[in-house]
Design a protein. Structure first.
Length: 131
């Protein structure tokens, strides 16, 4: 299991960031999968996404200035991510932290973490452009 984290200052209020952060937009911003369906369930949101024969489901939960999600169906043994946004100076610090495990050798976990870090960086860049 590996953990990765990225963060970026954005010149927008936490309220503006919160309006932008929807489960579907976040998955799309990562750039690896296309959102196919979003379902609201008892305070949680399930997002089904995929590409070329691969389909995953993520379960989202929101909290105080954060959005957390985990893969509940897909190829990885574990994938969890938390997005937090806190006031900083005249804007917001947007941070993404993720844990990934493949169930394979340590080398495969390192490769998955490297790929995941790229997805998180891409998400930060895309979200920052949208603000």
């Amino acid at each position: 299991m590996r953990e990765v984290s990225v963060s970026r200052f954005v010149p927008a209020t936490p309220a503006a960031v919160e309006r932008l952060l929807t489960p579907a937009r976040l998955i799309e911003a990562e750039g690896s999968f296309t959102v196919r369906e979003t379902t609201e369930r008892e305070g949680d949101t399930a997002v089904t996404a995929g590409r070329a024969g691969l389909q995953l489901t993520f379960l989202f939960e929101s909290g105080d200035r954060r959005l957390s999600y985990e893969q509940v169906r897909g190829p990885l043994d574990r994938l969890t991510t938390t997005v937090s946004y806190v006031p900083e100076d005249e804007g917001t610090r947007l941070a993404l932290e993720s844990t990934v495990a493949t169930g394979g050798p340590a080398l495969v976990d390192r490769l998955a973490a490297w790929k995941r870090e790229g997805e998180l960086e891409r998400a930060l860049a895309t979200l920052a452009q949208s603000l």
